[in-house]
Design a protein around this ligand. Structure first.
Ligand code: C5P
Length: 228
């Protein structure tokens, strides 16, 4: 099934401490954002990429898209203060009431076409699906430096992007979130508040989000392994 993907890339990436948008950091021979975009560029089922950017970086994004021949980005949409605002701005530009829309963080360059296809297949059956991996560590709730409780690990999954939804469901979830002043860190948390089922598809542990400096070191080793 065909889909449109919204890629939020408008964050400032403060936790990366790179002095620039973390998506511009070079990983091998390409900036992070180009690794991410190239996967969707090469996926024949992806109709369009809606890239959400910081307006101040528009010219640089345009240069990158041109030099790396990314042709599926038809629109560069200005982002907002929070990730949720950025995705919403992109969502407003999705055409067609019956389409499937994916949301994928610009800072997750190791997504594969195989996982996208598994996710899209599931979402076309259920209207909502996300990628996630079982949590490996023991997780505890901590309050004021003291352990409150240990959370049962067998039901914990670390959630990734892409997340895939029927466009009308995602629009409804965003409208409800704004009406109720809810700010989530992913799309599924908004859809959950409509009490709709969301299917979980097993992701890859390597589909990391580059957030802090040590993620870049790990990212380089993932890239080296992929290129072997
Ligand atoms: O900050 P974090 O890594 O969680 O952000 C996830 C993605 O959302 C990043 O690709 C980032 O650029 C994007 N984002 C955005 N607009 C914001 C904040 C984050 O597009 N206001």
């Amino acid at each position: 099934m065909e889909y449109t993907v919204i890629i939020p890339a408008a964050g400032s990436g403060k936790r990366m401490n790179a002095g620039k948008n973390k998506q511009f950091i070079m990983l091998g021979d390409k900036p992070v954002i180009i690794h991410t975009l190239s996967v969707f560029e090469q996926d024949p089922h992806c109709n369009e990429i809606i890239l959400v950017i910081n307006e101040m970086e528009r010219e640089y994004f345009k240069e990158l898209l041109c030099s790396f021949k990314i042709q599926k980005v038809k629109q560069l949409i200005p982002g907002g203060a929070e990730r949720q605002d950025s995705v919403y701005n992109g969502l407003m530009k999705v055409e067609g009431a019956n389409s499937l829309v994916l949301v994928h963080d610009g800072a997750r360059p190791f997504i594969t076409i195989e996982k996208i296809q598994e996710l899209v297949k599931k979402a076309s059956e259920t209207s909502a699906a996300i990628l996630a991996v079982p949590v490996k560590d023991t997780i505890k709730k901590v309050n004021n430096g003291l352990v409150e409780e240990t959370v049962e690990r067998s039901s914990l999954w670390a959630v990734q992007t892409p997340q895939a939804f029927h466009v009308q469901l995602l629009r409804q979830a965003y409208e409800h979130a704004f009406q109720t002043n809810f700010l989530g860190t992913d799309e599924a948390s908004l859809v959950e508040r409509l009490h709709k089922p969301i299917a979980v598809v097993s992701g890859d542990y390597e589909n990391i989000k580059l957030t802090t400096p040590e993620d870049i070191v790990y990212g380089e080793s993932i890239l080296n392994n992929q290129q072997k």
